[in-house]
Design a protein around this ligand. Structure first.
Ligand SMILES: C[S@@+](CC[C@H](N)C(=O)[O-])C[C@H]1O[C@@H](n2cnc3c(N)ncnc32)[C@H](O)[C@@H]1O
Length: 380
């Protein structure tokens, strides 16, 4: 029996442009077994079939659509989408050279596979099962990946369930060597979404003559890239574990002499002498500080306070990268945080996001999360 999710009369227009998420407040009733392993049918209040999706009956988003229209997806839709996601990365040139061996292979809704993330780290893969429907498909996912994975497969399901604590993932990024902790860890191990921005920032730092400061440096990506481009670089993080990997990554690339790391709170006083500046590039890359739209104003105010401490440490002509990895804090909010930091002459010179291995399905606005605004200090 097919489970059916019936919409309320006032659910609003549903179609590709409204995105794949159906929210609890739009749902009138769910008929049939609440089985996350099978596809559920979405119907409107007149019983017209609008699409097919993955069920999580008690969640805020009880249905994530995988196909619009009355026709159900083909029986092998799941394996076909996995294969298409991997082929799409090959089409982008990822995996072609040994220069970059870590990238996202499945980006949830962005690949038509809501709730599933698969990241490649060299020979290994990390699988994140974010919904009951994906947890129910664990065996099928592993069956698909095993013959294609020369190394280990780490699985994150629910709240930080460690499959292999203390393991290390190794990879290369634009020719540099990196390692990061395998799950349980931040993200799937490293922040792959900033890969191309790290290279861009390193180029800006080299042109500005350095040095670069990265607040929220994690395993040292921005720092190592800048040091490899020939300038001094300082990383700050509050996580001792992240910093131990950052130091190790600097050493692995023979860059220890040009790098320094500080354990501190990025929202704190920032009074360590290594943070005094002036810096040619400052990267402000905080964790997700607003999880809902209600937290937006507080997040902007906290960023403005920190940027207020940082902006005077930026050399004239230098670059500030202000990052938000919260869907609720957009580019205009980053602009507002900078304006709130004080009357400084800045222009926005780049509006960046994640790399092409983090695709967004048109209509799924929530899939838009990482924004990186690059400002240049002009002082005119
Ligand atoms: C979005 S990640 C930064 C990613 C990193 N820049 C990169 O390129 O890989 C945020 C980082 O901030 C760190 N962090 C979280 N809260 C912090 C705080 N209050 N002070 C300093 N670091 C913090 C986390 O440990 C994490 O490494």
């Amino acid at each position: 029996m097919t489970t059916r999710v019936a919409l309320r009369r006032d659910a609003g227009r549903i179609g590709p442009e409204s995105g794949p998420w159906i929210r609890q407040r739009q749902v009138a009733k769910i008929w049939g077994p609440p089985d996350p392993a099978s596809l559920a049918q979405l119907v409107d209040h007149r019983d017209v079939v609008l699409g097919w999706g993955l069920l999580a009956p008690d969640a805020d988003i009880p249905l994530r659509l995988v196909q619009f229209g009355d026709k159900p997806p083909a029986a092998d839709w799941f394996e076909r989408r996995l294969a298409s996601a991997l082929a799409a990365r090959a089409g982008l040139g990822l995996g072609e050279t040994l220069d970059t061996t870590a990238y996202r292979e499945v980006n949830s809704e962005g690949d038509g596979l809501p709730g599933l993330v698969i990241d490649r780290y060299g020979d290994d893969r990390v699988v994140q099962l974010g919904t009951p429907a994906m947890t129910a498909r664990r065996a099928a996912i592993l069956e698909f990946l095993r013959p294609r994975t020369p190394g280990q497969i780490f699985v994150i399901a629910g709240e930080a369930a460690p499959d292999a604590a203390e393991s290390v993932l190794e990879f290369r990024e634009h020719g540099l060597w990196f390692s990061c902790p395998a799950p349980p860890a931040q993200k799937t191990g490293a922040y792959l979404d900033q890969r191309d921005n790290r290279r861009l920032a390193a180029g800006l730092a080299a042109r500005a003559g350095g040095p670069l400061l990265d607040l929220g440096c994690h395993v040292g990506g921005f720092v190592v890239h800048a040091a490899a481009a020939g300038v001094r670089a300082v990383g700050l993080d509050q996580s001792a574990r992240a910093l131990s990997f950052a130091r190790r990554n600097a050493a692995r690339n023979d860059l220890t002499e040009r790098t320094a790391f500080v354990q501190a709170d990025m929202f704190g006083a920032l009074d360590d002498p290594a943070l005094a500046g002036p810096f040619g590039v400052i990267v402000f890359d905080p964790p997700r500080i607003a999880t809902g739209s209600q937290g937006r104003e507080r997040a902007v105010a906290a960023m403005a306070r920190s940027l207020g401490r940082l902006v005077p440490r930026l050399a004239p002509g230098g670059f500030l990268l202000a990052c938000s990895c919260s869907h609720h804090v957009g580019r205009a909010d980053l602009d507002a945080a900078l304006l709130g930091a004080g009357p400084h002459g800045f222009t926005r010179v780049h509006a960046l996001g994640p790399g092409p291995d983090h695709p967004v399905w048109p209509g799924h606005v929530e899939g838009e999360y990482l924004r990186v605004n690059v400002y240049q200090r002009r002082d005119t």
